[in-house]
Design a protein around this ligand. Structure first.
Ligand code: GLU
Length: 294
């Protein structure tokens, strides 16, 4: 990959909601090694916004696994849960721009609305992960109606009005792919944020979503190279839109292959047999893990 003249910054950004597996090992090792060979910095960021799923002992397990693999990273480690005020502030900026709106439909209500529409015969559009796009209409509410909704009892989520956001940013909206997408895409990639519909950026009970905090933190930490699994390739479209909206610098993206389990599916944090700790307990060495993933 091309390295810019200023000191490059790489990061591995796991969520402590499960044990790291071989896919994480690949991501962490690639980031670490690319930073080392480019005389760059390697950061570790703990993405623990979702307080219901993240646990301190799993964060410690991340440090233990990465340390055992022989990786070292710069300190202090950024923990997203310690910066919630910042994400709230950024959301306030997006509200002032008029590109977010409060939405109240629950998952069940969304499912029912989509099923009802599909019963009429037309397929409902789905995002790149296969989830139906948000069918709610709250984006058309007046500011007064929105205020009433925010003041009400129902939990709500702040969604990006993606059409409005796209209208506000300079085009073409693209990103530089130094790795490869699912179909081998590389080079300058056209971003298609509309394919995700009105994504959630924040909830009344959690001030940031993955999309918002990842973009804010990459910029704040001066990340120049985002090296991560191909499962996040399409999410880059949303990230580029948010970067343009918030006037943030554009990193180079490098999506790497995913490590598949024996069933041919992407590894999950719950498949304990492919966890780094399980291999360690079974007597494998860090060199064995490198051999397995690189
Ligand atoms: N926290 C995300 C995850 O664990 C990764 C974020 C990223 O690399 O952009 O899947």
């Amino acid at each position: 990959m091309t390295i810019s003249p200023e000191q490059p910054v790489f990061r591995f950004a796991p969520s402590p909601n499960g044990l790291l597996h071989l896919g994480h090992a690949l991501s962490a090792i690639l980031n670490h090694d690319m930073a080392a060979s480019a005389n760059g910095r390697f950061l570790l960021r703990i993405e623990d916004i979702d307080r219901t799923r993240c646990r301190p002992e799993l964060e410690q397990a991340i440090f233990d696994d990465l340390g055992w693999l022989g990786l070292s990273w710069q300190h202090p480690v950024r923990r997203q849960s310690e910066h919630l005020d910042l994400y709230t502030e950024i959301l306030r900026r997006l509200r002032a721009m008029g590109v977010v709106y409060p939405s109240i439909m629950t998952r069940g209500e969304i499912r029912a609305a989509v099923a009802a529409a599909e019963a009429e015969g037309s397929a409902w559009p789905r995002d790149p992960d296969g989830t139906p796009l948000y069918p709610g209409r709250e984006r058309d509410l007046s500011l007064g109606e929105q205020a009433a909704l925010i003041a009400g009892d129902r939990p709500f989520a702040w969604r990006l009005d993606v059409a409005k956001a796209i209208d506000l940013v300079p085009r073409p909206l693209t990103w530089q792919e130094a790795g490869a997408g699912p179909a081998g895409e590389t080079g300058q990639i056209p971003a298609d944020p509309a394919s995700w519909g009105d994504v959630i950026l924040s909830r009344s009970d959690a001030p940031s979503s993955y999309h918002l905090s990842v973009v804010v933190d990459d910029a704040l930490q001066g990340v120049t190279h985002v090296v991560r699994g191909r499962d996040l390739y399409h999410a880059t479209s949303v990230h580029r839109l948010l970067q343009r909206l918030l006037d943030l610098p554009e990193p180079v993206y490098h999506h790497h292959r995913l490590i598949l389990g024996p069933d041919g599916r992407k590894l999950s944090k719950s498949s304990k047999d492919t966890g780094i700790a399980a291999f360690r307990a079974a007597g494998k060495t860090p060199a064995d893990i490198r051999e397995m993933v690189l």
